[in-house]
Structures are given as structure tokens and as C-alpha cells.
Design a protein around this ligand. Structure first.
Ligand SMILES: Cc1ncc(C[n+]2csc(CCOP(=O)(O)OP(=O)(O)O)c2C)c(N)n1
Length: 673
């Protein structure tokens, strides 16, 4: 028998195990297709027919529960080969209440299993690559020899995240095994229309240090040899590999697809002829590894196993309707504060820097990264200065200029239960290129995995205007973020709050977006405070009554807190008494403090610098109208930015962003209403 040079994958038991995985996967496909056709509890089926061999071999080269895996939706053979139970996979297909694979929250074939180190997978093609790289970075930082497997289709290589992932993995020589299952189609689009040069393997050419293997994914020896070499390279700390395996897609893209609309009969027939299972069976029989009757017995046994598992899966109940909106956030108790003697007066930027230092000293898992954050620069606003010198380049490092990398990396790093990434996005205005990783991935991993995986990640973002930053250094993005379930959104307005809130954020097991107003970083008059101690924390969802008053309430956050305070001060000289509330966090929102204030004053003005349309002020106004309508003595008012980008020229900027005098006038009018 032909030997596989670099691996022991020639043993009979190993070959038979692979064959069994192929059969289980194929019979499961047939069963699933039947259940959908018969409308028996499932509506959607993603067949893996043709992809079984590459998946099964990939699983066989890993160490289950030690190595990590980010398998995509057509990788069921991988999941079975690694050890996922077939009953679980069938139960997930039927959206039943099981611990693994989301318990009915995700469509079928979205794998998630803690003991096998399969983090929760999403439906977004390509977003898994950067997360896998983050997990590989975590393995490297922990000094382990774990490798990380990530798979995708040929279409996924068109995503920027794929290239960002190769780039980062090569820069840091990370132990990642990128496996592209190239079936020549992304739904209906052929590789020639998808990939310049028509060959995904060539895409790896520009990445220094990447080993590229191009294999026939239906050829056991070729594929096993390439995968074994790639894993060995990763384990030895020599960096990533890209394995592009050509496979046929023998079934439609999904049960909603009809390939006859875009492929000829000959093409469909040709795919069938390349069936990896038939080929492997012929090989094993020809090599005398098993006899035809043994093969038949194995097939029958696998078929029966699937039938039995399917019946068992069907006995599992659906998740309770009452659980639908649970597990959006992981439970968290804020550590008890131990007050310290007030320290010297510091501004917000120092408070943030000190919070990071204290938390990095306390917890070796806290790592800081982003653009320009390392070494002497310490970020464009200097918040992370001294961290690389103090904690080393492993704990405070620069990333490429790629926001999706920053967030994807943070997600992947956070999966090991040890690391606590605190990432910086240089300006909130540039978070959009990382927004898929924030909105579609980071925010919902806890929910999607039914509470199995969580992301203890903090993303710090300088935001806001009044600094002549123009349209791309002035944005206030809080309403977008607050709209996304699963994110906590923090906006401090003074140094004492900033330090205590950042320390709370770092302890929180949930993703926290920490918005820091650029105009307040060095503001001394209103924002400086005596330094709080290392064991002082501020719980989220506790608004601060900055100033008590009786004639009207103003609710603000970030820069408008300062302006509201000044306006209230000016109005007090006219005998008008204004209560100023600083929300401090908008998710969770302390609406109770706002309602209680309105019950005292009867009037509400909300001030924010973000555009008016669908701004967070609209949310507060709606809640107050719902819950305190009868206490209102005047219509709720808003002073906001105009529905317009923020222009650069100072005169124009002043017109677009709300000014103190605007707040003052609106409050005067409201008080007199
Ligand atoms: C970012 C994104 N865009 C579009 C889709 C819809 N979609 C789901 S699968 C798919 C094709 C993926 O093709 P490929 O990566 O080649 O994998 P294959 O399905 O062929 O295995 C598309 C377009 C998606 N899930 N994610």
C-alpha cells in the first residue's frame, strides 16, 4: 500500500474510522433530505455530499478537545470525525433543546461544542477566519502547542476577512490550518467569476511564510499528507498553512436551491462521478483493507445508527418558548468596591491609562492591542502609553490597519477562558470596517451558543466631535451600538467614572463597547477628578444625578453632560433650577433614575451630539412617554446634532453640533412652558 510520508494515517483502524465517518455523514444527509421532503420537523438542509473526505481527514489530524476548530456549515464530516454526537447533530437539525450547536437558536450545521473546542459558528461567510487567528494567537501567547483548524468554501476566500486572517497569521507565525473546500461554486457563481486567476490556492502567494497545499480533496493520501504536514508545521511553531482541497458539490447548495438553473446535466453528472466515498471504498477493497461484505456490513451498521439517532433526536423536545429571549448577556456581579483615599486630581486620559495598568497587573490574561497602541506612541491619544514597556510586546501590541482584524482577533482570543482582550479602535468613525465582527459576531456569540461561549471583550473607541475632526473623526455612534442586542455601551464623562467603569468593563464577561469622548480626554475644569483606588468599580446601569433641580430634567451623556452642567449653572442665575442626569451607560439604561427625576420636575430635555433621526434620545423619549406620560407637564424636547455629517470648518461644525447656548435656550423655554 502507498504510504503517507509524514503521517501514521495508514493504520487499518484509522482508515476504517475515516470510512465510518464518511458513511455516517452520507447517510445523515440522505436522512435529512428525506425529513425535509416529508416536511417532518425540518425545513432546511445543507448537504455536505462530496465534501466528506476533506472533513473527515481534517478531523483525524487534530487532537480532539486540545486543538481548536472553526468548521463551516459544510463541514459535518469534520464535526462527526472530531467527536460530535450524531444524535446532537440531528437534534440541531430539528432545532431541539440540546446543549451543543445552539439548542435551536441557529440554523442546522452551525457547530458549537465546548469540550471539543469548537467555538460558536455563525452564518456569515468568512467571518470565522479572523476568529480562528485570534484563538491561534491565544495558543501562542499561552505557550501551548495547540493548533487551530478553520474551514470555508471557495466563495469565502473573496471576503476581506480571509485575507486579513492570512496576513495576521503570517505576521505572527500562528498555528492556523486554513482549509478551503473548493467545490468550484459559491451557490451558483463559479470560481472563474469569483476569484482572479480562477484558483484559490494562488491567493496565498503574497503571504510570506504561508505554506500552500493544493490537493484533490477526494484523494485520501494526498489530502492526509498535506493536512498532516500542515498540522506538524503549526505544532512546531512554524506558522500557518493553507490547504485548498478540490471537491465536488454533488448536491444542491441547500434544500432551497436547484442547480439545474445554473449547471448543465453533464456538470452535475461529472460531480457525481467524483464521489469521494465510492473512490475510497474502491481503494480500501483494492488494497485489501476490507472485504466487500465487510464494507456492506459497515454501511448497514452506519445506516442503522443514523436511523436510531434520528429517532432519539426526535424525542428531544423543542426549546421552551419562555427561553426565547434569555441568555442575551452572561450573568455578572460587579466586584465589591473598597474605597481608597482620594488621590491626585487626574484627567480622563490618565484615568483610563491607570485603569489599564492596574487591570494588567492584576490579571495576566488582559491584553491590549489596536493600531499604534504599542511602544512609545500608546495610541493616537496616548491612552495606552507605557503599556508595552511595562508588560511586554505580547501584552500590548500593534495590529495591522484593519478593524475587522482587531475585533475578530479579540473574539478569538477571548475564547480560551484566560484572555481578556481590551482592543482599541482608533476612531469610532472607523469601526464600520470592523462592524460585521461587532454586530454579527461579538454581540451574539453568548446568545447563539445558548450560553455555552461568551466573549469577555472590551472595545475602546474614541468618539465625538467639537475638535474639528470633520466627517471621519467626529462621529457619535452610540445609537447604532445600542440597537444591537448583546453589547453593553459605556460613555463616561469624567475621570473618576472613566476609571471605575473601565475596570468594571474589564471584569465583565460580556462584550463592552467603551466610548471615550476625544474632547474630554484632557478636559480639566469639568472632567478632572481625584484618582479613585484600584478596588473601586462603578456598576453599569447607574445614572448619575450631576446636579439636582426642580424645574426641568436634562438627560445627557459624554460631552453634553459638560454642556448641560454649564447651561444649568447659567440658568440658576435666572432662578431656573435644572436637574442634570449623566447616563454613564446607555446599555444597560438606568431609566428609573430618569423617570424618578421627571416625577419631580415634570419636564424632560434630552441632549446628544449624534444626529437627531433615530438618535438614542428618541429611545429615551419613547420610554418616558410609555412609562411617565401622566407626569409630564410639557412635550419632551431634544437638542441634538443636525441630520448631517459633521463638517470640518469650525463655523460649520458649530452649526451642526449642539452648543451650550442651544441647551440653555431649550431649557429656558421648557422651564417656562
Ligand atoms: C457574508 C455572506 N454573504 C452571503 C451569504 C449567503 N451565502 C450563504 S452560503 C453562500 C455561498 C458560499 O459559497 P462557498 O464559500 O464557496 O461555500 P460552499 O457553500 O460552496 O461550500 C452564500 C453567498 C452569507 N451567508 N454570508
Amino acid at each position: 500500500m502507498k504510504q503517507c510520508k509524514t503521517s501514521p494515517y495508514t493504520e487499518k483502524f484509522h482508515l476504517l474510522k475515516i470510512l465510518r465517518t464518511l458513511h455516517l455523514t452520507r447517510f445523515m444527509d440522505e436522512k435529512m433530505a428525506k425529513l425535509v421532503r416529508q416536511n417532518k420537523g425540518a425545513t432546511f438542509h445543507l448537504a455536505v455530499t462530496g465534501h466528506e473526505m476533506i472533513g473527515a481527514i481534517s478531523a483525524s489530524v487534530l487532537e480532539p478537545g486540545v486543538d481548536w476548530a472553526y468548521p463551516y456549515y459544510r463541514d459535518r464530516a469534520f464535526a462527526i470525525g472530531l467527536g460530535c454526537s450524531i444524535e446532537d447533530i440531528l437534534a440541531a437539525f430539528l432545532a431541539r433543546d440540546i446543549a451543543n450547536h445552539s439548542g435551536g437558536r441557529m440554523m442546522p450545521e452551525h457547530f458549537s461544542q465546548k469540550d471539543l473546542r469548537i467555538p460558536c459558528q455563525s452564518s456569515v461567510v468568512g467571518s470565522q477566519f479572523l476568529q480562528a487567528v485570534g484563538t491561534a494567537q491565544s495558543a501562542k501567547l499561552r505557550g501551548s502547542s495547540e493548533v487551530v483548524y478553520v474551514s470555508g468554501g471557495d466563495g469565502a476566500t473573496s471576503q476581506g476577512d480571509f485575507h486579513e486572517a492570512l496576513n495576521f497569521a503570517c505576521i505572527h507565525k500562528l498555528p492556523v490550518l486554513f482549509v478551503i473546500q473548493d467545490n468550484g461554486l459559491a451557490i451558483s457563481v463559479p470560481v472563474a467569476e469569483q476569484t482572479a486567476g480562477g484558483n484559490c490556492a494562488k491567493l496565498g502567494a503574497g503571504y510570506e511564510g504561508l505554506s500552500v497545499f493544493e490537493v484533490d480533496g477526494c484523494d485520501y493520501w494526498q489530502t492526509a499528507e498535506a493536512l498532516a504536514a500542515a498540522v506538524e508545521k503549526g505544532r512546531l511553531g512554524q506558522g500557518p498553512s493553507l490547504v485548498v482541497a478540490k471537491v465536488p458539490r454533488i448536491s444542491p447548495h441547500s434544500s432551497s436551491d436547484d442547480p439545474r438553473k445554473y449547471a448543465t446535466e453533464e456538470q452535475l453528472e461529472e460531480a457525481k462521478q467524483r464521489d469521494p466515498i465510492t473512490r475510497f471504498e474502491h481503494l480500501l477493497i483494492a488494497e485489501g483493507v476490507l472485504k466487500p461484505e465487510e464494507l456492506e456490513a459497515m454501511r448497514r451498521d452506519c445506516f442503522e445508527q443514523i436511523e436510531k439517532a434520528s429517532l432519539a433526536a426526535d424525542q428531544i423536545p423543542s426549546p421552551a418558548r419562555s427561553s426565547a429571549a434569555t441568555k442575551v448577556f452572561a450573568p455578572f456581579e460587579v466586584p465589591v468596591s473598597t474605597p481608597a483615599e482620594p488621590g491626585e486630581s487626574i484627567v480622563m486620559m490618565d484615568a483610563l491609562n491607570h485603569a489599564l495598568i492596574e487591570e494588567m497587573e492584576r490579571d495576566a490574561g488582559v491584553v491590549v492591542f489596536g493600531q499604534d497602541v504599542a511602544w512609545g506612541k500608546g495610541g493616537v491619544f496616548g491612552i495606552t502609553r507605557t503599556l508595552t514597556d511595562r508588560f511586554g510586546k505580547e501584552r500590548c501590541f500593534n495590529t495591522p490597519l484593519a478593524e475587522s482584524t482587531i475585533v475578530g482577533l479579540a473574539i478569538g482570543l477571548s475564547q480560551d477562558g484566560f484572555h481578556k482582550p481590551v482592543a482599541e479602535i482608533q476612531f469610532a468613525d472607523y469601526s464600520w470596517t470592523g462592524m460585521n465582527q461587532i454586530f454579527n459576531e461579538l454581540s451574539s456569540i453568548y446568545y447563539r451558543s445558548n450560553g455555552m461561549w461568551n466573549c469577555p471583550v472590551v472595545i475602546r473607541m474614541p468618539y465625538g466631535g467639537y475638535i474639528q475632526g470633520g466627517p471621519y473623526h467626529s462621529q457619535s455612534t452610540e445609537a447604532f451600538l445600542a440597537h444591537c442586542p448583546g453589547l453593553k455601551v459605556v460613555i463616561p464623562s469624567n475621570a473618576a467614572d472613566a476609571k471605575r467603569l473601565l475596570k468594571t468593563a474589564i471584569r465583565d464577561p460580556n462584550p463592552v463597547i467603551f466610548l471615550e469622548h476625544k474632547g474630554l480626554y484632557r478636559q480639566r475644569l469639568f472632567c478632572a477628578r481625584p484618582e479613585t483606588g484600584p478596588e473601586e468599580f462603578l456598576p453599569f446601569g447607574e445614572a448619575n444625578i450631576v446636579r439636582s433641580g426642580t424645574d426641568a430634567t436634562i438627560v445627557a451623556w459624554g460631552m453634553t453632560v459638560l454642556m448641560a452642567n454649564e447651561a444649568a449653572e447659567a440658568l440658576s442665575k435666572e432662578g431656573i433650577s435644572i436637574e442634570v442626569i449623566d447616563l454613564r451607560t446607555i446599555v444597560p439604561l438606568d431609566i428609573d433614575t430618569v423617570l424618578a427625576s421627571i416625577m419631580r420636575t415634570g419636564k424632560l430635555l434630552i441632549a446628544h451630539e449624534a444626529a437627531r433621526n433615530c438618535g438614542f434620545g428618541a429611545e429615551i423619549a419613547a420610554r418616558v412617554a410609555e412609562q411617565a406620560f401622566l407626569y409630564l407637564d410639557a412635550p419632551i424636547q431634544r437638542v441634538t446634532g443636525k441630520d448631517c455629517p459633521v463638517p470640518y470648518c469650525k463655523d460649520l461644525e458649530e452649526v451642526v453640533l449642539p452648543q451650550r447656548k442651544d441647551l440653555e435656550e431649550a431649557l429656558r423655554k421648557l422651564a417656562q412652558y
